[in-house]
Write a protein that binds this ligand. Sequence first.
Ligand code: AMP
Length: 193
Amino acid sequence: MNIILLGPPGAGKGTQAKRLEALYGLKQISTGDMLRAEVAAGSAIGNEAKAIMEKGQFVPDPIIVAMIQNRIAQPDCERGFILDGFPRTESQAEALDTMLSARGLTIDAVILLDVNEEKLVERIASRCGEDGTRRPDDNPDVVRARLDVYRKQTAPILPYYERAGRLLHVDGMKDVESVGKEIDAIVAAAKKH
Ligand code: AMP
């Protein structure tokens, strides 16, 4: 079972990915996390990616695609994976389809967590941390800026899957459990195919 999870920051992708890992033994793969680890390790990839990431630009496709290709071949991805932050461009999406079909694999579900952006800003801005304080990146201006980045950097991939009739919408404004159940239904339907 291989899944692409799409949606803006704060839509609950991380929470749902963790749930999918626990329930189905899938592995969450975040290209952002992988790149940050490369930067921290001072690797060749990290050194090339660092300045690009600091400017908020895209790391070149060949690097990202090779990284994903190696990652999904690891034993912990045998039961499947959840892609988070990849693909971000049509050419990455095409490269993904090509690399998977060469391995006899496919993406079983492309899931978009739909949210109302204004309500999302309110929801994030009103939540408090466990100690009663607010996270520094939870203020409305920062949330709006992160949504802006999403619109520019990730949303452009939606038409690729929409056109092919592959995009499955889930109402991300519901509570965590209801969203989880909708995703379970998608997984169950995908298993039958
Ligand atoms: P994220 O944590 O997903 O927001 O990613 C952080 C940064 O890593 C992005 O702003 C990009 O510079 C880079 N990055 C992550 N995923 C990709 C990708 N699929 N393609 C190109 N650059 C990426």
